[in-house]
Design a protein around this ligand. Sequence first.
Ligand code: UDH
Length: 245
Amino acid sequence: VYLAKVTPFARRSVYLPPCPDTSPTLVGLVMSNQSEQVPTLLEERFSFLKPGGDYHPPDCTAQQRTAIIIPYRDRWIHLHILLYNLIPFLVRQQASFTIFVIELALPTTFNRALLLNVGVLESLKRDNYTCFIFHDVDLIPLDDHNLYRCGSSPRHLAVGINKFRYRLPYGTYFGGASALSRDQVFRINGNSNLYFGWGGEDDDSFYRTRRANMTVVRYPVQLARYDMIRHAPDKGNEVNPKTCV
Ligand code: UDH
C-alpha cells in the first residue's frame, strides 16, 4: 500500500516555527508534465522523501499532517506522472504529507469509495493524520495556490478539469479530488462501500456531507484547475447501472 518500505515515522526533536499561512515558495500556474520518461526520473528526483514516502518541510512545522489517498488499479503510468507533478506541488505548499496508494486486486469490480475508506483507516494506523486528500490517479493539479489543506468545511478541489473545459460539470460534483479533515470524514461516516463500478459514489459522498449539516466549499475555478490524463474506460470498472449521473 505504501510507496516505499514502511518504517516507523521518526518524529523530529528540533523545534521549528510554524509554517506561514502562505508558503513563500508558491509559483502559481504551471503546465503538467505528462512525459513517458517520468517513471525513470522519480527515484532520483525525490530521494529527499523519507522511507514510507513521508515529507516534512525542512525549516518549519506544517499545521496539518496530510494523507494523500489514491484509489488505484492498473494505472501504472498515470501513477508515475501524478507523483512526478504532485510531489513538487505539495513541497512548494510546505505540506507535511504521506502518499498512500490503495490498490484493489482483480477480479473485483472497482470500488473507488471503498478504497478511500481503506486508505483512511490504514493511514491512521501509521500516524495521526489530520487532513485527508482523496485523489484520483489521473488528475494533475496545475496551480499551487490550490492549497491541499483541510478547513472548517469539506472542500471539493477538482473544480475545473480540462475534460470539462475547466468548468464544474454540475453543481453537486464532488469527484476527482477533495479535502476532508479527520473529524469531517468520521462525521459523514466515511464514504459508501456499496458503489461497485463507475459513478455515483462521489455524489453519495456529497449528500453525506449535507446530511451531516456541512457545506462543501470550493476554491475559485481559476486556481482549482486540473489536467486529466486521457484514458480509455477501464476493464472491471463498467458504469454502475444503478447510478443516475
Ligand atoms: N481507478 C483506477 N483503476 C481503474 C478504475 C479507476 O485506478 O481501473 C481510479 C483512478 O484513481 C481513477 C479513479 O479511480 O482516476 C476514477 O476513475 P476514472 O478515472 O475512470 O473516472 P473518470 O476519469 O472520472 O471518468 C471523471 C468524471 C466523473 C464524473 C462524475 C460522476 N459522478
